[in-house]
Design a protein. Structure first.
Length: 448
C-alpha cells in the first residue's frame, strides 16, 4: 500500500492499531473483547447560491470497545488512544456489561476469517486538501453561472483507517479513501442534478457531471402539466438508485420469517424480470467495497437475485446460526445488470428514448416512503427534470409527478435497459442500468 501523503494527518496504521488492540486485550478480564477502530481525516466543501458556504478539514478518531461476560455485554468509546485511555475504555465497557441484562442472541466475536484484499486506498484522493476541493466546487459554480443558473452542492474527500480486533484472534486493518461530488443547477422554474462517488479523485469528473446537471435544468424549463396516469417511464441512474434501494428494506431474515416482508415464502422463486441480476460486488473497481464489516465479517461476492430469482435474504450472525447458513449482511457494493453482465443487447439512453412512442425520462426521485411492506408499494415524487417523450424524441418538459409503485411489480414490466452506470442514493454508491418500465404508476401531478 502506498503511504499516506504528508499533507494528510498520520492515521492509525496497522502496526499502531495492533499495539492498541494488545493493550486492550491485556487489560481485560472479560470473557470476550471486541475492538473497532475508525480514524478519519479529510475535508468538506459546500456551496449554495453559486458561492462556497463551507470549507472545512476535520480529523475524527474513535475506538469502540465491547466487553462480554457470558451473554451480558456492554460497550464504551474513546478518542484517547493512549495506553491509559484504552484501559479506561475497557474498564467502562466491562462495568456496563456487568450490569446489563443477558442477551440470548449475543454471539462471541468471530475467529479470523480470510479477508479479500481490495483497492480501497488511492493516494490521489488522500492528498486532496481544502484548496483542491474548493477548486472543484469553483468549476461547478462557473459552469452553472455561464449557463445563467445557480449552483449548489458538495465536494468532500476523506481517508479512513478502519480496524477490527478481538480476543478470538480476529484482526483486520484497512485504509480507505472516498471522494464525493454532487451538484444541483437551478433556474427560474427548473433544475437538474448529478452526483458520483469513488475511491479515486481521478475517476470523479466534476465538469462532465456539472454539464449534465446544467443540460437537465435547461431541458426541463417551462414544464407543462401532464395528466397523471400509468405511462412508460425511463428511469436514469439517480432515480433507479432511489427506486431499487427499498428492495433491501424488507429483505432481512427476521421480517421474512415473520411474514412482514414482500419476500415471505418467495426464496428460490422468480420475483423480478428474469433478465435482471442483483449482486454484491465488493471487487468492482467503480464501487466502494471494503474487506470487512463493522463486526469483522468478510465482505463477499454473492447474488441476491439471479436472473430474477430470489437467492438469499439478509442474515445477521444470529439468524444465520439459527438457519444454518452463512451470514449475509446489508450489501455495500451493489450491481444490477441485465443478462448477468452480458451487455451485448444493452441499449443507450438515446436508443431507449427512440424506441418510446410516449412516456417520460425521469432524472431522480425524492421523498420516498413505504406504503405497503407486504408488496413493497412505495410513494415518492420526481425532481430535477422530467422530460416528455413523443414519437421517439424528447419534446419538452413535464411538471413533477407523485407516484405510487412497487419496484417488485415495476421490475416485472421491463421493456429495455442500458449497461450499468454510476448511481448514488443518499451517498450509497451502486452500479445500475437505466431501465425502461411500462405503466409506471404516476398518481398525481404536482404544482412545481
Amino acid at each position: 500500500m502506498a503511504p499516506i501523503p504528508r499533507n494528510s494527518p498520520d492515521l492509525t496504521d496497522k502496526a499502531a492499531f495492533r499495539e492498541i488492540a494488545d493493550i486492550a486485550l491485556d487489560a481485560t478480564r472479560a470473557d470476550h473483547l471486541f475492538i473497532a477502530l475508525s480514524d478519519q481525516a479529510g475535508g468538506t466543501t459546500r456551496f449554495a447560491n453559486s458561492q462556497i458556504t463551507q470549507n472545512v478539514n476535520t480529523r475524527e478518531r474513535t475506538l469502540t470497545i465491547e466487553a462480554a461476560f457470558g451473554n451480558r455485554h456492554g460497550s464504551a468509546a474513546t478518542n484517547d488512544f493512549s495506553s491509559a485511555g484504552v484501559k479506561e475504555a475497557v474498564a467502562r465497557a466491562e462495568a456496563i456489561a456487568e450490569v446489563t441484562p443477558e442477551n440470548d442472541e449475543y454471539l462471541p466475536p468471530i475467529e479470523q476469517p480470510l479477508y479479500p484484499i481490495l483497492p480501497t486506498f488511492r493516494p490521489e484522493t488522500a492528498s486532496l486538501g481544502p484548496t483542491e476541493l474548493a477548486q472543484r466546487a469553483g468549476v461547478a459554480i462557473d459552469l452553472c453561472a455561464d449557463a445563467g443558473l445557480s449552483a449548489a452542492g458538495i465536494v468532500e474527500a476523506y481517508t479512513q483507517a478502519a480496524g477490527v480486533a478481538a480476543s478470538s484472534g480476529l484482526f483486520g486493518h484497512e485504509t480507505r479513501t472516498r471522494i464525493r461530488f454532487s451538484v444541483t443547477a437551478t433556474g427560474a422554474g427548473s433544475s437538474g442534478s448529478a452526483a458520483n462517488e469513488d475511491r479515486s479523485s481521478d475517476a470523479l469528473d466534476v465538469e462532465t457531471l456539472t454539464r449534465f446537471a446544467v443540460r437537465k435544468a435547461q431541458l426541463s424549463a417551462n414544464p407543462r402539466e401532464l395528466p397523471a396516469r400509468p405511462m412508460t417511464a425511463i428511469l436514469e441512474p439517480s432515480a433507479m438508485a432511489s427506486f431499487v434501494a427499498p428492495l433491501f428494506w424488507t429483505l432481512g431474515a427476521r421480517a421474512v420469517e415473520r411474514g412482514a416482508s414482500a419476500y415471505a415464502g418467495k426464496l428460490g422463486q422468480r420475483v423480478i424480470d428474469e433478465r435482471l441480476t442483483l449482486q454484491n460486488r465488493p471487487d468492482h473497481p467503480a464501487l466502494l467495497g471494503a474487506g470487512f464489516s463493522e463486526e469483522g465479517l468478510p465482505t463477499d461476492y454473492h447474488k441476491w437475485f439471479d436472473r430474477g430469482v430470489l437467492q438469499r435474504v439478509m442474515h445477521d450472525r444470529w439468524t444465520a446460526k439459527q438457519a444454518g447458513v452463512t451470514p449475509a449482511i446489508r450489501p455495500d457494493a451493489i450491481v444490477l445488470s441485465a443478462n448477468d453482465d452480458d451487455n451485448a443487447t444493452a441499449a443507450t439512453v438515446e436508443e431507449l428514448v427512440a424506441q418510446t412512442d410516449f412516456g417520460v425520462l425521469v432524472t431522480t426521485f425524492w421523498y420516498i416512503r413505504m406504503v405497503n411492506p407486504q408488496d413493497l408499494t412505495l410513494t415518492g415524487m420526481t425532481r430535477d427534470g422530467v422530460l416528455t417523450i413523443e414519437n421517439g424524441a424528447i419534446t419538452g418538459a413535464a411538471k413533477n409527478f407523485r407516484w405510487h409503485e412497487s419496484p417488485l411489480a415495476a421490475l416485472n414490466r421491463l421493456e429495455g435497459y442500458t449497461a450499468p452506470m454510476n448511481a448514488l442514493n443518499r451517498g450509497h454508491k451502486m452500479m445500475l442500468p437505466v431501465l425502461k418500465l411500462a405503466d409506471f404508476g404516476f398518481s398525481s401531478a404536482t404544482r412545481f
